[in-house]
Write a protein that binds this ligand. Structure first.
Ligand code: MCA
Ligand code: AMP
Length: 509
């Protein structure tokens, strides 16, 4: 027996090789990864975490948070990362739904979470950045510092759960995607081969680590390749430009690349030595792809994935990287395009819903068997909700979404969740939330509001009233007030008309 994910990820690594370089000057070798994640695993056990328990984590990006992820996996528990932008009301939902054994939060947020943790009967620990032994960086490290680095990994089968990641739902209720050891390991191995990662690679890591992209695509691929990374706390042009000369590869959302292209320091000389730039999480405009090539000589490699499925398709490493497409199904992934109504498989060139099947695809939504059933076909294909087609050369194109979803700077916003909140506000009769073009984030959130009769509402007051209730990136960048929402004969709000009317609203920076 073995711990499928941890053993698989670390299988070919060399103890003395470098795993991470941090901007504060610290380095982690692979031996450090084993020792420190072992300490975290022992600390979790000391805190009463048992195999199968969930460990919910909302902490700033740090190497310690990564070690907590690996420690959780080694202890046989289930890692549940949460966006650092979520407000306490949002956290309460995830904690009630997943009933974790432990909630680990930012030391600065602990006082705000005590009552919630007590009420829900969840252990609360804090984790900050551990710059040196003994530094006060949260309560979890008190256990970690005392713990032994030796830990006998808990056996976990390929089908056992390694992580739960929440994705927002079209009904406004978030769903926990259950990801197994096999889902994560198989995808990491596939990406290593497909993108030709080796122990010589240095990945510039500027993504957040509470999502599939930064946590699994980036980190697991580095681990399984025995490669190393420069682990930045977040994305900023200054830091990326400073560290690019020491990197060989970078992964990002399209906003990273448009921001870099806006910076004259980002030029051919700076990136001449680079091997690979990967983009995903949101559509990369063909125009950005072209500008990037003109400026740097590199063709960005675009790929397509989802929280529920990890990575599904990718443009080839060798061979034509076709702008505006997400490439071919990855080895082991079956992909088909179906008719949204009948579910029948469509011919090449026809537009329909993208469905996928493979070892990368999750097993279902946490405690939502009905919802899970709705999103899988009987033959095991998962219905992604993305609209696409396959061209004559076999490249997959994403042409839209059948789900009402906004992707802003790589973060998903489900309009329903924001509409429910706006509708609750004093003086609001109803609302419709839409995504419109945004020069930095690709799409930006706009709320269209109908006020109750004889009520005059102010944009800034209404925005203020929701400010502390949902994550900042979900909040509308602008609100507009109209007398009536356009509806079709079935009474459904015609969001396409609204999107057209307000398409220029966020265009000026
Ligand atoms: C920040 N703000 C945003 C966003 N980010 N608003 C809308 N959408 C966003 N993505 C808000 C801030 O709160 C702030 O508001 C204002 O916008 C300006 O913030 P700024 O400082 O410019 O932002 P930033 O801190 O530089 O962040 C932008 C970012 C970040 C670097 C693009 O959003 C980011 O790291 N995105 C990556 C997301 C990601 O990893 N997605 C992968 C998930 P105010 O000033 O008013 O307070 S998808 C996934 O995993 C699937 C599987 C896949 O395929 O990969
Ligand atoms: P998430 O639920 O956060 O995992 O986001 C997954 C969604 O992001 C997918 O269903 C797609 O709609 C979108 N997505 C991911 N990669 C791409 C891409 N390269 N092009 C267009 N959309 C993408």
């Amino acid at each position: 027996m073995a711990n499928t994910l941890f053993d698989g990820l670390l299988e070919n690594t060399k103890a003395e090789a470098r795993f991470a370089e941090l901007p504060d000057g610290r380095f982690y070798t692979y031996q450090d990864v084993v020792n420190v994640s072992g300490k975290f695993a022992n600390a979790l056990v000391a805190l009463g975490v048992k195999p199968g328990d969930r460990v919910a984590v909302q902490v700033p990006k740090s190497i310690e948070a990564l070690m907590l992820y690996l420690g959780t996996v080694r202890a046989g528990a289930v890692f549940l990362p949460l966006n650092t932008g979520y407000m306490p009301a949002e956290i309460e939902y995830f904690v009630s739904d997943a009933s974790p054994a432990l909630l680990v939060c930012d030391p600065e947020k602990a006082s705000g979470y005590k009552e919630l943790a007590n009420r829900l009967g969840v252990g609360l620990e804090t984790l900050g950045v551990w710059t040196e032994p003994g530094c006060s960086a949260g309560t979890l490290l008190d256990y970690v510092e005392k713990a032994s680095p030796d830990f006998n990994n808990i056996d976990r089968d390929p089908a056992d759960l390694a992580a739960i990641l929440y994705t927002s739902g079209t009904t406004g209720r978030s769903k926990g995607a259950m990801l197994s050891h096999e889902n994560l390991l198989s995808n990491a191995l596939t990406l290593k081969e497909y993108w030709q990662f080796t122990a010589n690679d240095v990945l510039l890591h500027a993504l957040p680590i509470f999502h599939t992209h930064g946590l699994f695509v980036a980190t697991n691929t580095v681990l399984v390749s025995g490669a190393s990374m420069i682990f930045l706390p977040g994305f900023s042009n200054d830091q990326v430009i400073e560290y690019l000369p020491n990197a060989t590869a970078m992964m990002g959302v399209p906003t990273f690349y448009t921001r870099l292209l806006d910076d004259q320091r980002f030029d051919r000389d700076l990136v001449q030595h680079m091997r690979l730039f990967v983009s995903g999480s949101a559509p990369l405009l063909a125009e950005t792809h072209q500008q990037f090539e003109d400026r740097t000589g590199h063709r960005i490699l675009e790929r397509y994935g989802m929280t529920e499925t990890n990575m599904n398709t990718s443009n080839p490493y060798d061979g034509e990287r076709k702008a505006g497409t997400v490439g071919f199904p990855l080895p082991g992934v079956e992909l088909r395009i179906t008719d949204p109504d009948s579910g029948k498989t469509l011919d090449q060139g026809e537009i329909g819903i993208i469905e996928v099947k493979g070892p990368n695809v999750f097993s279902g939504y946490w405690q939502m068997p009905e919802k899970t059933k709705e999103e899988f076909r009987e033959d095991g294909f998962f219905i992604t909700g993305d609209m696409g087609m396959i061209d004559g050369d076999g490249y997959v194109h994403i042409v839209g979404r059948s789900k009402d979803l906004i992707i802003s700077g790589g973060y998903n916003v489900y309009p329903k969740e924001v509409e429910l909140l706006l509708d609750e506000q004093d003086g609001v009769k109803e609302s419709a939330v839409i995504g419109v073009p945004h020069p930095d984030f690709g799409e930006g959130v706009v709320g269209v509001i109908v006020a109750e009769k004889d009520r005059a509402l102010e944009e800034k007051d209404l925005l203020e009233s929701i400010r502390s209730q949902i994550a900042r990136y979900k909040q509308p960048k602008r609100l507009v007030f109209i007398d009536e929402l356009p509806r079709n004969t079935m009474g459904k709000v015609q969001k396409n008309i609204l999107r057209d009317s307000y398409k220029d609203l966020l265009q000026s920076r």
